[in-house]
Design a protein around this ligand. Structure first.
Ligand code: GCB
Length: 653
């Protein structure tokens, strides 16, 4: 009973967000039209970057306003041409695409037609046939607008979609940045300015995720929230459905197993579904059948005087729990050790644009490596990636774009208000993913500054109120004794680069310094710790023995030195290790970077460096140990008892 009451409380908190942002899915009531492909594109190169607005480029075809080029969507625009001024462009760029909308969508005024942008970096304004339909701040989360009503006003018009996107970052954006105007005319030409940031990845821009149109009936399922638990072998799925466009509707909610068989159903808009003989959602390498997903089908029937309509939406649901003690992280009440990676959405040519071959390749590499988890450093990743995580059992620490908050002016009210709004959007989007087990609200902020205390207290409290079912953290690199936000997090996540940024070349100091780091943090806060970043740059193919910095040998030794300490501490309170980084990635140009950050264990083209094999051996060993320790020390559920020896599903592929 207590369990059920808790589920109710948790769900009500999540429902504080009043509009939904369900991932667009086809169903018998919903059609979908992808607008990926070539769009017309024009950068506004006027001195104040404002000519597009002054001359109202959205009012006519973009090609009529001046020269346009082909631009693929989704993709960053930066690396598509040979033009360095477009690669480094700061300001507004304009995209346009004319679409033929099925006549039926227009004539049937019982339909909503929604335009959705998966993400565009950083600030976007959207027009349809010259009429502004929405604008959105933030480069990594979706936004949408209902445009059916507009299209119906003049059914003879084509549907011309114009999207202006601005990548400028200022003190109150997330991530923050500053624009610096260089006024010394003896050194810089007139109008010269640069974008400064405090983060270590290229500020790729453009329309990064799919753009599409989809339909729903006028009375529609606006949002679904699920919170799960289990008692013995009964799963509990507390759900809530929010409906828009009608006040009287009948609902049928059906939970199906992965074979499509009905397990349990209800005709209430909210409640608890009991799932007998539950198949829990397990992480990769923790169970022979990881990533088990049920489907929650919601059927909404609405009737008005003249007609009846039905909306159908199906949500994948994984049943699992997450808990934290002062020394451990638990998934389904079993200790979980993060052995994984930090990633970036980054690749040659497409920059941060969603790319299916790359996504699937990365999952294959993570599974080859024996990684059970990753952190979405340093911003929310595409929903398509989280869906893969759900299906494959890859555990995710879901991070906000709060990276590089270093300037004291970025801790003020305007910044905090925006950061809170971003957490609202992030939790609304990702709350139902079983793979997401923790929120990270920021990376390496200047947490030693006095305003950090109030900033993080408010931010973390807010995030917990949004979602009491998941722990909250931020990633720190500051000294434990000066960190103002650490008292509020559930898990301490620490980045450190011993023998790299400090004591370069001295790998022998790693064990001592890492041991001190862990003891200090644990001693002060008594919270479990994840080593959320560690690593070393390697120019692939460079060799030297004895090892020197930037060679493959050096990266291997750094990893091995770290691992020796992880092995002592993971028996105590260290609950995870995430290598920096999964793959090499692009950064801004600077004397610290040789064509980008080279701390990948894979190259940017996803070929392994020598250290990848060290990590692979370790991760598979850890996976084996985890299962054995679960079997032996926890007296676990039957699932593990079947494998007194190393289970075959756990042998390396
Ligand atoms: C860090 C940052 C990450 C950098 C990395 C590095 O602490 O969180 O964004 O890329 O160090 O390689 O310097």
């Amino acid at each position: 009973m207590l369990r059920v009451l808790w589920l109710f409380a948790a769900l009500d908190a999540v429902l504080l967000l009043d509009t939904g942002m369900l991932f667009p899915r086809e169903s018998s009531s919903r059609e979908l039209k992808e607008l990926n492909g070539l769009w017309a594109f024009r950068a506004d190169r006027s001195p104040n970057r404002n000519q597009g607005f002054e001359s109202a480029w959205y009012k006519s075809r973009l090609a009529e306003t001046g020269p346009v080029i082909d631009m693929p969507v989704p993709a960053s625009y930066n690396d598509i041409t040979q033009d360095p001024t477009l690669r480094d462009f700061i300001g507004w760029v304009w995209y346009e695409r004319e679409v033929t909308v099925p006549t039926r969508w227009i004539t049937d005024d019982g339909l909503r037609v929604v335009l959705r942008v998966g993400s565009a970096h950083y600030y976007s304004v959207v027009w349809v046939n010259g009429v502004k339909v929405t604008e959105h701040e933030g480069g990594h989360l979706p936004f949408e607008a209902e445009i059916g009503t507009l299209l119906r006003k003049d059914p003879t018009m084509p549907c011309r979609i114009t999207i202006a996107v601005n990548n400028t970052l200022d003190l109150h954006t997330l991530p923050p940045g500053t624009i610096l105007y260089m006024t010394d005319r003896t050194r810089y030409p007139a109008g010269f300015f640069v974008q400064n940031t405090n983060f270590d990845f290229f500020n790729y821009a453009g329309i990064h995720r799919p753009v599409l149109l989809y339909t729903t009936p006028k009375a529609y399922v606006d949002d679904i929230t699920v919170v799960t638990d289990f008692l013995d072998d009964t799963g509990l799925v507390r759900y809530g459905v929010s409906v828009k466009g009608t006040t009287s509707a009948a609902m049928k909610v059906t939970l199906m197993d992965n074979g499509g068989h009905c397990v349990v159903s209800s005709n209430q808009a909210s409640g608890v579904l009991k799932v007998p003989n539950v198949n829990l959602w397990w992480p990769y390498l923790m169970h022979e059948n990881p990533g088990y997903l049920y489907s929650l089908e919601v059927r909404l029937k609405a009737t008005d005087e003249s007609s009846t309509s039905e909306d159908v939406y199906t949500l994948p649901v994984g049943i699992r729990t997450v808990n934290v003690s002062s020394t451990q992280f638990f998934i389904n009440n079993k200790p979980f050790y993060f052995h994984g990676v930090n990633k970036h959405e980054d690749a040659d040519i497409r920059g941060k644009g969603l790319d299916w071959p790359l996504i699937v390749k990365d999952f294959n590499l993570m599974k080859w490596l024996g990684a059970n988890s990753f952190r979405t450093s340093h911003y929310p990743y595409a929903e398509e990636i989280l869906q893969m995580c759900d299906r494959h059992g890859i555990v995710v620490i879901d991070e906000s774009p709060g990276v590089g908050i270093k300037d004291i002016r970025s801790f003020g009210n305007a910044s905090l208000t925006h950061h809170l709004a971003v957490m609202d959007e992030l939790v609304r989007r990702d709350k139902n993913h079983p793979s997401v087990v923790m929120w990270s609200v920021a990376n390496e902020p200047a947490a030693e500054m006095p305003p950090a205390e109030n900033y993080f207290k408010t931010l973390i409290k807010h995030t917990k109120a949004l979602d009491p079912t998941r722990p909250v953290t931020y990633i720190t690199d500051s000294n434990f004794s000066r960190d103002k936000g650490a008292p509020f997090v559930d898990v301490i996540c620490v980045n450190s680069y011993f023998s790299w940024y400090h004591d370069p070349g001295h790998v022998e100091v790693i064990p001592l310094q890492l041991n001190t780091q862990f003891e200090d943090w644990y001693g002060k806060y008594k919270k479990p710790i994840i080593q959320s970043e560690y690593g070393a740059d390697v120019v692939p193919g460079l060799h030297n023995d004895p090892p020197v910095m930037f060679t493959e040998e050096y990266q291997k030794v750094v990893l091995q030195q770290y691992h020796s300490v992880f092995d002592q501490k993971r028996k105590k309170y260290v609950i995870g290790e995430l290598i920096w980084n999964f793959a090499d990635f692009m950064t801004t140009q600077g004397i610290m970077r040789v064509v980008g950050n080279k701390k990948g264990i894979f190259t940017r083209q996803r070929q392994p460096k020598a250290a990848a094999f060290i990590l692979k051996e370790r991760y598979w060993r850890l996976a084996n140990e985890t299962v054995h320790s679960n079997v032996v020390t926890q007296g676990l559920s039957t699932v593990h008892i079947r494998w007194p020896q190393t289970p075959t599903w756990l042998s390396q592929v």
